[in-house]
Design a protein around this ligand. Structure first.
Ligand code: ADP
Ligand code: MG
Length: 748
């Protein structure tokens, strides 16, 4: 019967064969099912590979005259400038070493505010006469370059003043060879000296924290003369097959699925987390780890994450600037390696609605030249007092600057993740565990207001002396907090997976530097008034414990009760990027960054503009693409299927008569109506969005525009998607144009 009516339907010309997109999807999926793992040939020891392609200290010693080597070390450690002669020597050694590794080109490698890295390659090769050439690279080329970078975001700095920007060598991060190119880590600044990247303010923030922390350390140990911030990031990411990626214009262009119905099987079973890693994925991981190790990135950990097809990798922590360079490098290597394995890496914070998003936990601590981790409890009361000093100052810094930390992690992508499935909310709070909470509460109570007796002090010290045992037994690890103490470091979990850690690390180290300065001043004032050093420190700790209480939260950060409680406490919960970024207008913020020597008010203004602009661009692209996809893909597919149903209904009516035919076609008619309803509503929402986009585009100021995009354009996304996803469920599988979640999320 159906066959017959199908034939009539063809005669009736209701079906126009146009299943190109759908065929593409089904062919892609067939490819995926046939894929085999691509193992690399490597059986040796990983330790033999480590740092193979890095111009590190040992290589320098080998390649440089000893005087130059010494100057280079000094420069790497303290940021001092190399003189011309030494710079030439270093350049020449770098070139010889790089050529021995097969390099033909060099590049200044930098981190513009777009969030990725940039490079412009030049050849070592230089013609010196007819048919003659040499390989050339000198100090000038090493130290400074002028990339034609007028299209990098600059927040107006270069438009209004000077069109050129330049890159300058960062000797504290070693050069490396990738493929056939020598890469030299550099900062990126405008011709007038303003930073246009993440690295320059990060280096300045690290300098600020070094100075401030050393001074505080001097209360405890006169041998401390250098404090490094340390960073250990954990990179989460999704993998999808490249054929499916190529069949999803939204994922290709925005990094996330703008549409897609949740699969019947999502992450409910939690069978992916720490499950065995699929063979194909394993082969990919192994190759990118090998490549990372060659570049000196100490990656050691890999595992599945909570969502299907979500994974994580983490290295051993390093000095903050180097660790950040390594993270950026790793993201790059991952993407390149993935292609070889017919995968694409998704670093977006929320590629798939309904399952976990991806973060990049930033584990952070401070470490001294004497080998002490300042956020690890010590072995005796004195070192524990030092630990408490840095611990409580961190909490205070977060309390005073929660809004800045929120702004530091704000991005269009992270907006989808914060507060959604299994991700910290947009409320900044600090978790320290029940035992340390108890200890702080005790300290707050037990420190007497007046002068302390020797007995008071002994008791306190005894208490403080107990910290290590306390922490060893401390197993409660709250994973719902955006900023958690985890035994010997703080873990900033709200950072997004695609972010440059620099953004969070600039803020964290700057606010900590400022806080330590405030603390030092207050303690010194007490000492000047005759209090003993320990007493002065304890009293200041007490006052900070008291004043920072509202930022401490030990409960479930994912719960709705916390949102209500946080509001009562007066903590902000800024859900979208444009609002989070508004704190950059605050006069005190400008003062803080200026005082700490990290960003000038002008640089701050420029950054704020760039971030608003970035936000607008991201939402604009998503919005346009949504319009395109519904118009060009979803409506045609839905109409095609609807026509098929209509023909079938007409056929049934023809064969059975109007009444009986209609009765027989009850299900089909219902679907026909539903399809129309969803198409109409989807189109209406999309049209409304388009109108708002036109209005928003006329706005001139980046901030106004960002707010308009957030409140009036993006606000239509959910409705459009809702109807499109319903259509995905209604339309015949073979006609649906885009790969479905169930096809993308489960790699065999
Ligand atoms: P998870 O959060 O998944 O439980 P871990 O506790 O294993 O992860 O995370 C440890 C991360 O913290 C690693 O990347 C590690 O290098 C880093 N880390 C450990 N100690 C420090 C430190 N002192 N400073 C910065 N990062 C650290
Ligand atoms: Mg973690």
């Amino acid at each position: 019967m159906i066959k017959k009516s199908n034939q009539q339907l063809k005669k009736g010309n209701f079906v126009k064969k146009n299943i190109k997109m759908a065929t593409k999807r089904l062919n892609a999926y067939q490819d995926v099912l046939n894929r085999e793992p691509k193992h690399i040939e490597f059986d040796g020891k990983l330790s033999d590979l480590f740092g193979q392609n890095v111009f590190h200290i040992d290589v320098m010693r080998e390649y440089l005259p000893s005087e130059t080597y010494k100057s280079m070390l000094e420069s790497a450690q303290n940021g001092t400038r190399l003189d011309r002669k030494n710079a030439d020597q270093v350049a020449s050694a770098m070139k010889d070493w790089a050529i021995s590794k097969g390099a033909t080109h060099y590049t200044h490698w930098f981190q513009p505010l777009t969030g990725t890295t940039a490079e412009k390659h030049d050849a070592f090769f230089k013609p010196i006469g007819p048919g003659k050439a040499i390989e050339r690279f000198d100090g000038d080329l090493l130290v400074q370059q002028e990339p034609d970078a007028s299209s990098f975001p600059n927040g107006g700095i270069r438009n209004t003043f000077e069109a050129r920007g330049y890159t300058a060598w960062d000797p504290s991060s070693p050069a490396f060879v990738i493929g056939k190119t020598l890469c030299i880590p550099t900062i990126f600044i405008s011709y007038t000296g303003e930073s246009l990247d993440y690295k320059m303010p990060l280096l300045k923030a690290l300098h600020a924290i070094d100075g401030a922390a050393v001074e505080v350390c001097q209360y405890f140990d006169k041998n401390v003369n250098k404090v490094n911030a340390t960073l250990g990031w954990e990179q989460e990411y999704f993998l999808i097959d490249s054929a499916l990626f190529n069949a999803r214009p939204d994922i290709m262009l925005t990094g996330r699925a703008l549409f897609g119905h949740a699969p019947a099987k999502g992450q409910q079973l939690e069978d992916h987390y720490f499950g065995s890693i699929p063979e194909r994925v394993n082969a990919f991981m192994r190759e990118f780890e090998v490549e990372s190790l060659k570049l000196g990135i100490p990656v050691t950990t890999r595992h599945n994450e909570v969502a299907p097809n979500q994974f994580e990798c983490a290295p051993i922590f390093e000095e903050c600037n180097l660790a950040n360079d390594h993270n950026l490098l790793l993201m790059d290597i991952m993407e390149k390696t993935a292609r070889k394995h017919n995968f694409r890496v998704l670093l977006h914070e929320k590629p798939f609605a309904g399952v976990n998003g991806s973060g990049k936990h930033n584990n952070w601590s401070l470490s001294t030249n004497t080998g002490v981790n300042l956020l690890a409890p010590g072995k005796n009361p004195k070192s524990n007092l030092q630990f408490l000093t840095f611990f409580v100052n961190t909490i205070m810094a977060i309390h005073e600057n929660a809004g800045l930390l929120r702004a530091a992690i704000a991005s269009a992508g992270n907006d989808h993740r914060l507060g959604a499935n299994e991700a910290p909310p947009a409320i900044i709070s600090v978790f320290i565990g029940s035992q340390l909470s108890q200890l702080l509460d005790d300290l707050e109570k037990n420190i007497k207001a007046g002068k302390m007796t020797p007995q008071d002090k002994t008791e306190l010290k005894l208490n403080i002396g107990k910290i290590p045992q306390i922490l060893l037994d401390n197993t409660d690890r709250n994973r719902t907090s955006p900023f958690a103490f985890t035994g010997n470091k703080f873990e900033f979990r709200a950072v997004g997976s695609s972010a440059n850690c620099g953004s969070a690390m600039i803020v964290l180290n700057t606010i900590m530097a400022k806080q330590l300065r405030v603390f030092k001043k207050a303690v010194d004032a007490r000492i000047d008034k005759g209090e003993s050093k320990d007493e002065a420190i304890l009293k200041e700790l007490q006052s900070m414990i008291k004043n920072s209480k509202k930022i401490r939260f030990e409960g479930n950060g994912y719960g709705d009760e916390w949102v209500i409680e946080a509001e009562k406490r007066g903590l902000s919960n800024l859900k979208d990027t444009p609002r989070a970024l508004q704190i950059w207008h605050d006069k005190n913020v400008a003062k803080l960054f200026d005082e700490m020597g990290v960003l000038s008010p002008r640089e701050l203004d420029a950054r704020r503009e760039i971030e608003f602009e970035n936000y607008v661009l991201k939402i604009q692209i998503e919005s346009r693409l949504m319009g395109d996809l519904i118009q060009n893909n979803f409506i045609p597919a839905a109409v095609e299927y609807q026509n098929k149903l209509i023909s079938n209904v007409q056929g049934l009516m023809h064969v059975l008569g109007d009444k009986a035919g209609k009765a027989a076609a009850k299900a089909q008619i219902e679907i026909i109506e539903k399809i129309s309803m969803h198409m109409n509503k989807m189109k209406a929402a999309s049209d409304a969005m388009l109108e708002q986009r036109k209005i928003a585009n006329k706005l001139e100021h980046a901030e106004e525009k960002a707010l308009a995009y957030c409140d009036h354009v993006k606000s239509h996304f959910d409705e459009i998607r809702y109807h499109a996803d319903k259509l995905e469920l209604l339309v015949e599988d073979e006609l649906w144009p885009l790969p479905k979640f169930r096809e993308m999320l489960f790699t065999r």
